[in-house]
Design a protein around this ligand. Structure first.
Ligand SMILES: [Cu+2]
Length: 642
C-alpha cells in the first residue's frame, strides 16, 4: 500500500495535517496500488459497520417492505451503457434505464426509425455512433428548484448531449457539439441573467475537456500550443448550440449561479499541455466564471469567429484576452493545481472547487466575482473567501442545506462534512474555528456525491449517495470486473450514518436525487403523440409504391391486427405498429427473426422500423414483451416471396 494511504486521517481536519501540500506523480501512481489492495482485504482500511438504519433514523430506512414506495427518484448516469438510470431512493432499487446514446434491445432504441432519428444516422441509415461514455446528469430548474420538465446527460466520447423528457422518461433530442472533444461537465442555468421574468432554465452549458486544433480538419496537427477546448451553450428547448467560448485549460465540472449571471467550470491544465507532466506543471489552475450576459452581448455585437463548417459563434475566453475586468467575458479565479469538481451551495452564495491534487477545498464567493466584473473589486483573488484542508483527494461536494458541505476524499476513502462559514472564519485567522464536523469511511475511493436536492434552493439534508469507484470486497466476486459501489448515507443528523451498499454496473459517475412528487410520469401514451399512429385495427394495410412497402398494423392482446403480410424479396419495408391496448403496464413487443428487429410499444404508443426484405421465406414476427395468457400465441407471419 502506498505511503499516501498509510497516512491517517486527521480527526480535526483543521490543523497540523503534516501532509504534503500537493500530490506528485509518484503519489498518483499509488492509486494503482490502492486498487491492487483488493487481493488482500486484510490490508484495507476497516469498513465502518452500518448501524441499523431503522433504529438510528426511522425517517430514512432503506429497507422498504414489499409494496412500499420510495420517497425519492435518483437520476444516475449510466456510464458506458450510454443510458440514464432511474433509481428509487433511499432503497437504491433500479427502476428503469432510459437509453440515450447506445442501442437498447428492450425498447428498440437504435432499431426503430423514431429512435434512429434522435440518435443520428449515416447516409446509409446506420447509426452514426454506437458507443458512449455518460458522466453527468442534471435537471431543469424553476425558482431555484427542479421543475420536473427535463434532464440532460453528456456523452464524453462523441461530444453529445441528450435531453430526457421527464413526463415519459424518454430521450427526445440529442445534439452533437461542434469544435469539441471530451465533452464532460454539464449544467443548466437556473434563470435568465437579464430578464427577471424568466425564472426557469433556458440554457444548458457544456464543458469541453480536450484541446484540439480549431478547426480540427487536418490542419495544425502538431501545433499543440494552439489546441484549445470549448465551453458551449445550448438552447434548452431547441437543443441548438447558441454560442461557444474558447477557453484555456480543460473543462471538468460545471456549476451555475441562482441569479443566472454566472456559469463556472473548474479548469485543469490551464497550461494547455498535451502530456500529463505538462498538465500538472504549474501549482495553480483556475475556476473559470463566465459572464453570461456579456458573452451574449458580444455575440449580438458580432464579436465572434466561426471554425470550419460550424456556424456557431465562438467568442474569445482565453486568459490573455480577458485580463481587463471592464471587458472580460471570463474570470480566471486561481485555485490549486488540477482541481476537480465545482459545486454551487444551496444558499446561492458560494461555489466550492475541490483540490484533487491539493488536500483543500476553495470557497469562492459569487458576489465578489461579480464585484470584479463590475469594477467594484480590484483583485479577482479576493473572491476566494476560504481555502481549507479537508483531506486527501477532495473531488466533489454535496450540501445539506444547513450550511454544511460534504466532500468526497478519493484517496482517504472518506466523506468529510465541513461547515462553510466556519471554514471561512478559519481562513480569516480564527484557528479555533473547527470547520470539520464529521468523517465517514466509504468503500472505496469515492468520486461523485450528491444529496437530496443538493444543488437546489431546497436542499433538505435527508440523505446522500456516494459513487465509490472501487468495490473490492463489498460484493460477491464475479470475475475480474468489479461492480461499483453506490452507497447511501443518512445525513440528517450531526454524524453521517452509512445505510446501504448498492452494486452498479460501470461506471455511473454523477447523479441527482429529488422528491418523488416533483414528477408525475405518464403511464399511457396519447395516440396523437405520433403523426403516423394506426388508430383503428380497420386502418391496417399493406401498401406498395414501387419497391417501397408500408405495413400498418396494431397490437391488442392477444393479437396483431394483421395475421400475415406479404412482401417481395428486395422490397424496402416500413412497418408501423400502434399498441391500441390502453391499460397501464400493457406493453407489447415486436421481433422479426433473422431481421435483427426487436422493439416494444407501450400503451397507445406508435413505433416504426424500416428494413430491406432481403431473405425470402416465412418469418414469425412475435410479441417479445409478456402481455397476456396468450402471449406466446401473439404472432403474425411476414412472408417474403422470392
Ligand atoms: Cu403481446
Amino acid at each position: 500500500m502506498s505511503d499516501i494511504m498509510k497516512q491517517e486521517s486527521n480527526p480535526s481536519g483543521a490543523t497540523g495535517m503534516g501532509r504534503r501540500r500537493f500530490l506528485n506523480t509518484a503519489a498518483l501512481a499509488g492509486l494503482a496500488s490502492v486498487a491492487a489492495c483488493a487481493e488482500k482485504p486484510d490490508s484495507l482500511p476497516a469498513a465502518q459497520a452500518a448501524p441499523a438504519a431503522d433504529n438510528a433514523h426511522p425517517g430514512t430506512a432503506v429497507h422498504l417492505k414489499p409494496g412500499e414506495l420510495d420517497t425519492h427518484y435518483g437520476l444516475w448516469s449510466g456510464g458506458h451503457t450510454g443510458d440514464m438510470r432511474v433509481l428509487g431512493l433511499p432503497s437504491g432499487r433500479e427502476l428503469h434505464r432510459i437509453p440515450c446514446f447506445v442501442p437498447d434491445a428492450l425498447v428498440g432504441w437504435g432499431i426503430t426509425n423514431e429512435s434512429k432519428q434522435v440518435m443520428g444516422t449515416k447516409p446509409d441509415g446506420s447509426l452514426q455512433y454506437t458507443v458512449a461514455d455518460t458522466h453527468h446528469t442534471h435537471a431543469s430548474y424553476k425558482d431555484g428548484n427542479y421543475d420536473g420538465r427535463y434532464a440532460w446527460i453528456n456523452d464524453k466520447i462523441n461530444s453529445r448531449v441528450a435531453r430526457i423528457r421527464l413526463d415519459y422518461f424518454i430521450c427526445d433530442k440529442i445534439t452533437e457539439l461542434p469544435n469539441t472533444q471530451g465533452f464532460h461537465g454539464i449544467f443548466p442555468d437556473k434563470r435568465d441573467p437579464v430578464d427577471p421574468a424568466i425564472n426557469y432554465t433556458t440554457r444548458v452549458f457544456c464543458g469541453g475537456e480536450f484541446g484540439i486544433p480549431l478547426p480540427n480538419d487536418g490542419h495544425g496537427l502538431d501545433d499543440t500550443d494552439a489546441y484549445r477546448a470549448m465551453f458551449s451553450c445550448l438552447d434548452a428547448e431547441t437543443m441548438e448550440v447558441r454560442w461557444q467560448v474558447l477557453v484555456d485549460g480543460n473543462c471538468d465540472l460545471l456549476a451555475t449561479s441562482y441569479d443566472g449571471k454566472l456559469a463556472a467550470t473548474n479548469q485543469y491544465n490551464v497550461e494547455n499541455g498535451v502530456h500529463y507532466e505538462d498538465m500538472m506543471s504549474v501549482e495553480r489552475d483556475a475556476c473559470l466564471f463566465l459572464n453570461i450576459a456579456r458573452i451574449e452581448e458580444a455575440v449580438k455585437a458580432g464579436r465572434f469567429k466561426t471554425f470550419g463548417n460550424s456556424k456557431v459563434p465562438v467568442v474569445d475566453g482565453s486568459r490573455k484576452a480577458n485580463a481587463d475586468a471592464k471587458t472580460a467575458l471570463v474570470a480566471y479565479v486561481s485555485v490549486p493545481k488540477n482541481p476537480h469538481g465545482v459545486n454551487a451551495s444551496p444558499d446561492g452564495k458560494y461555489f466550492i472547487c475541490s483540490g484533487k491534487l491539493s488536500p483543500t477545498c476553495t470557497v469562492i464567493e459569487l458576489s465578489r466575482v461579480l464585484d470584479w466584473f463590475e469594477g467594484r473589486a480590484e483583485k479577482l483573488d479576493d473572491a476566494i473567501v476560504a481555502e481549507v484542508e479537508v483531506g486527501l483527494g477532495p473531488l466533489h461536494t454535496a450540501f445539506d442545506g444547513r450550511g454544511n458541505a460534504i466532500t468526497t476524499l478519493f484517496l482517504d476513502s472518506q466523506l468529510v462534512k465541513w461547515n462553510v462559514d466556519a471554514a471561512i472564519r478559519f481562513h480569516n485567522g480564527d484557528k479555533n474555528a473547527n470547520y470539520v464536523i464529521d468523517r465517514l469511511d466509504v468503500q472505496y475511493q469515492p468520486g461523485h456525491v450528491s444529496a437530496t436536492h443538493s444543488e437546489t434552493a431546497s436542499a433538505d439534508g435527508k440523505f446522500l449517495a456516494v459513487g465509490c469507484k472501487f468495490s473490492k470486497d463489498r460484493f460477491l466476486p464475479v470475475g475480474p470486473l468489479h461492480a461499483e459501489n453506490e452507497q447511501i448515507v443518512d445525513i440528517s443528523g450531526e454524524k453521517m450514518v452509512l445505510l446501504a451498499d448498492h452494486p452498479t454496473r460501470g461506471e455511473p459517475h454523477d447523479f441527482i436525487i429529488f422528491k418523488r412528487d416533483l414528477v408525475r410520469p405518464k403511464q399511457v401514451y396519447d395516440l396523437d403523440d405520433s403523426p403516423i399512429a394506426v388508430k383503428d385495427p380497420k386502418e391496417s394495410s399493406v401498401q406498395r409504391e414501387g419497391r417501397k412497402v408500408t405495413v400498418r398494423m396494431t397490437s391488442q392482446a392477444p393479437a396483431f391486427s394483421l395475421r400475415e403480410f406479404r412482401v417481395k424479396k428486395g422490397d424496402e419495408v416500413t412497418l408501423i405498429l400502434t399498441n391500441l391496448d390502453k391499460i397501464e403496464d400493457l406493453t407489447h413487443g415486436f421481433a422479426i427473426p433473422k431481421y435483427n428487429i426487436n422493439f416494444i410499444v407501450n400503451p397507445l404508443e406508435t413505433k416504426s422500423v424500416t428494413f430491406i426484405a432481403d431473405k425470402p421465406g416465412v418469418y414469425w414476427a412475435y410479441c417479445t414483451h409478456f402481455c397476456h395468457a396468450l402471449h406466446l400465441e401473439m404472432r403474425t407471419r411476414m412472408i417474403v416471396e422470392a
